[in-house]
Design a protein around this ligand. Sequence first.
Ligand code: ZN
Length: 446
Amino acid sequence: MAVQNSIATILKGWDHRREGDTIIHLVSELYPICRSITGDGFRESVRRLASQVPIETHEVPSGTTVFDWTVPKEWNIRDAYISTVSGQRVVDFKQHNLHVVNYSVPVKRRIGLSELREHLFTRPDAPDWIPYRTSYYKEDWGFCLSQRRLEAMTDPEYEVFIDSTLEPGQLTYGEYCVPGETDSEVLISVHSCHPSLCNDNLSGMTVAVRLAALLTGLNLRYSYRFLWIPGTIGAITWLALHEQHLGRIKHGLVLSCIGDSGRFTYKRSRHDTAEIDCVVEYVLRSSGQPVEARDFSPIGYDERQYCSPGIALPVGCFMRTPNGEYPEYHTSADDLTLVTSEALGESLKQLLRVVGTLEGNRRYRNLYPKGEPQLGRRGLYRLMGGTDNDDLERAALWVLNFSDGRHSLLDIAERSRFPFDVVAHAAERLVTHSLLSPVNAGVTDA
Ligand code: ZN
């Protein structure tokens, strides 16, 4: 139970402002970088996250076959603009990297407004915001701009210039593992391919790296594998390259959109009642925060890949307001004003509670299952007065009764309605007095 104590110690001294401010600082540092599913922006982002923990950068060559996909060419961009024929920039990548359709091929030409319009994207319903668009798998080019900017473009012709390259190169991802006592793993995966967007994806990228930093050096039962990967193609690439390794992954979470002030939303794994699903739902319900849990669907983030039928890992998605359900989603308004230090710090705190609960959620066998063992003789019953001790005694009776090797401590907490920490403490005392023995010393469901 040293692990529980270590995480408990971190939580006890929890300073919301300090943790939240550390994360916000990282978000601000990463915000201006033009990330994509490949390229130097992704590399630079991983390099900066590696100020927190020694993340390993991996490179997979373009053209590599990964399941039904092929690793694409690498995209890099230096400059892009639309200017008047007299050279005045009216749309400028250097002002906002969302202005260029991500993965645009190079272009340099004079173009009539009506033809140019076929390459321009706006959000008429939110006329001041720049939308976020990509063209990863179709070679094309385009610009995104506010509806108001578009309406002000009345010249018959413009110059367009995109100084990009789309060439054979590498797909980059970052990986970091916190080793535990066993090689059973918990996977934490975050897509890290969006350019200047804060909630969707910088919140997940930065909270994940702080979680990794806080877990480093703790005495953990599970190993924790963190991935910073490009969405979809990155998850598919990692799965294809590590297929023989997937049996070690016992639990997993995709983190996304965890910096806004909305309620927590947990999307269950495809299993619906996997241990990770039960743990996250328990932690969020008991957090005192507004929470929504919803069933798996094959629409969303990389849980789609981890929960595809041929992979079928128990991986849920931990969010606040889900993708597509807040107005700023995939626009320039998903900026530094949308995410708060408080929300980011609280998300990290709840993730630490998830880890603490997973670590402590063992199954035990009652070694004296015929009748109740005599607790008084062992100093476990009515030695001291006080409500806390009464709770501990009652929780011990629940633990003894349901420790049949099938029920986990979380099952017992749910059934008895005692807090998980009380049930875990009761179990610890029963183990100390040789009344309980853990089932599968390594993991609960190995
Ligand atoms: Zn997105």
